[in-house]
Design a protein around this ligand. Structure first.
Ligand SMILES: CC(C)(COP(=O)(O)OP(=O)(O)OC[C@H]1O[C@@H](n2cnc3c(N)ncnc32)[C@H](O)[C@@H]1O)[C@@H](O)C(=O)NCCC(=O)NCCS
Ligand SMILES: Nc1ncnc2c1ncn2[C@@H]1O[C@H](COP(=O)(O)OP(=O)(O)OP(=O)(O)O)[C@@H](O)[C@H]1O
Length: 197
């Protein structure tokens, strides 16, 4: 089974595109959701996160997301330490998940795929992209984050231009009907590439 990494900056539409692949019957793994689940359920991770961030890390047992976001996206050292607690566990969880799938390929959505050199574990990669001003306004609308908060996250992600050079396929996600067409096109290209590989 082939692994197709799906990535893109904040607000590019990764989850939207992942859902379109799911509609085609492709198993999809959303790394960020799994990370959040693990951070809320694994007692080991909870203990390590609490040791790193202090008492405010959890409110009534649930991850205090605004507090953590404010801390890590303004302090690269903390971001790295948190990543080193969470990412190896997500990686192991993904491997177990893959074993349970039955398909020609699976999609692994990960916001920071190229940032962490994760493309080496993928057979193909897809970059979802949209102009930065559109991405910012989508997230401000969706999450009630301020423009400055979204920009702080963007500053912790690779520039679009760098990611474009690394991706096997690029999906421009502005008009949704055109995004659907591109998803179908990439799906067929992937199936063809798998036939010949
Ligand atoms: C920091 C957290 C609590 C903020 O939660 P919140 O609901 O406010 O934001 P949300 O989850 O929608 O994240 C917004 C965006 O931030 C970016 N982002 C999230 N984690 C990271 C990270 N470790 N490094 C860089 N960018 C990141 C992504 O583009 C993400 O989509 C949350 O993002 C989180 O738990 N992150 C750690 C898990 C992780 O590393 N996920 C990335 C892929 S595994
Ligand atoms: N083509 C589009 N047209 C209009 N709105 C869109 C489009 N694509 C996505 N959106 C909206 O923009 C927001 C961000 O999309 P989505 O959650 O898929 O992005 P994401 O890349 O997964 O974001 P994040 O990195 O924050 O997790 C959502 O509210 C989504 O409904």
């Amino acid at each position: 089974m082939k692994i197709v990494g799906l990535t893109g900056g904040i607000g590019s539409g990764k989850t939207t595109v992942a859902k379109l692949f799911a509609e085609l019957g492709i198993p999809t793994y959303i790394a960020d959701e799994e990370a959040k689940t693990l951070m809320n359920t694994s007692s080991t991770i909870k203990r390590e996160i609490s040791a790193l961030f202090g008492d405010q890390a959890y409110t009534d047992g649930s991850l205090n997301r605004p507090f953590i976001a404010n801390a890590i996206f303004n302090d690269t050292g903390l971001l790295k330490q948190m990543n080193s607690i969470v990412h190896p566990r997500v990686g192991r969880h993904f491997k177990e998940w893959v074993q349970q799938q039955n398909a020609l390929y699976v999609i692994k959505e990960n916001a920071i795929l190229f940032e962490h050199g994760e493309e080496k574990n993928c057979d193909f990669t897809i970059l979802v992209t949209a102009p930065e001003n559109i991405r910012i306004s989508r997230v401000v609308k969706r999450d009630n984050k301020t423009e400055a908060q979204v920009k702080a996250i963007i500053n912790n992600q690779l520039p679009e231009g760098v990611k474009r050079l690394k991706a096997t396929y690029i999906i421009e996600n502005t008009a949704l009907d055109k995004t659907r067409t591109q998803v179908l096109d990439v799906h067929h290209k992937l199936l063809n590439a798998m036939k010949t590989s």
